[in-house]
Design a protein around this ligand. Sequence first.
Ligand code: URA
Length: 240
Amino acid sequence: MAKQRLDKILSATGRWSRREAGELARRGQLLVDGVPVHDASMKADPEVSEITVNGEPVNYQEFTWVMLNKPAGYLSATEDGKGATVLDLLPKELQRRNLFPVGRLDKDTEGLLLLTNEGVVAHALLSPRRHVDKVYYTRVTGCLTADDCTAFAEGMSLEDGLHCQPAELKILRAGPESEALVTLREGKFHQVKRMLAARGKPVLYLERVQMAGLDLDRTLSRGNFRFLTAKEVEHLRKLV
Ligand code: URA
């Protein structure tokens, strides 16, 4: 890897801004191969040199991956003239890293949203040919039945022209209001809502609970995020 500025390396971790990196350097807390570096604009190769802050190795990642527990009311977009986007939920250092959402959740949908700046992997995960599973918890009006499950499993063709690949509907509770898990291997516009509306069971609530084998981290409260672990990122890269 080519040498990079130390302030860039530190800000890429999402833990420090470039300005904070400069302060750490000035205070003698930033070391390269054991030697204090007093100017964070100096360059180093993170694969060759050991970079530490207060004795702790800096875990440099070329790409950033985060899992956000999206609340309702935010658009899955990088910018929007009118309203708040999911990027507004991230700290300033991360907003500068050109992250974008891996697929979209509707404004009123909650739950697992991955954001990254690793375009190649993100786009491959979204490719219809990859069949990456997405699992949604939903609450609907009306009593879900075995016929609804069969219709999902067979692949539905909706009156509005949408053709859906076979999907799974697993009923958790059936009643005047029902709860279910829906597993899709594609991600068409408003797909869960449209499929359930076509069965006469309009969606009251929708939350994504799993994507590409990663579960929504329940320790994250709504609106909070965490970095994916190296193992989780490796898992996503292997899928594509
Ligand atoms: N299906 C929907 O209808 N909405 C979402 O946000 C995601 C899947």
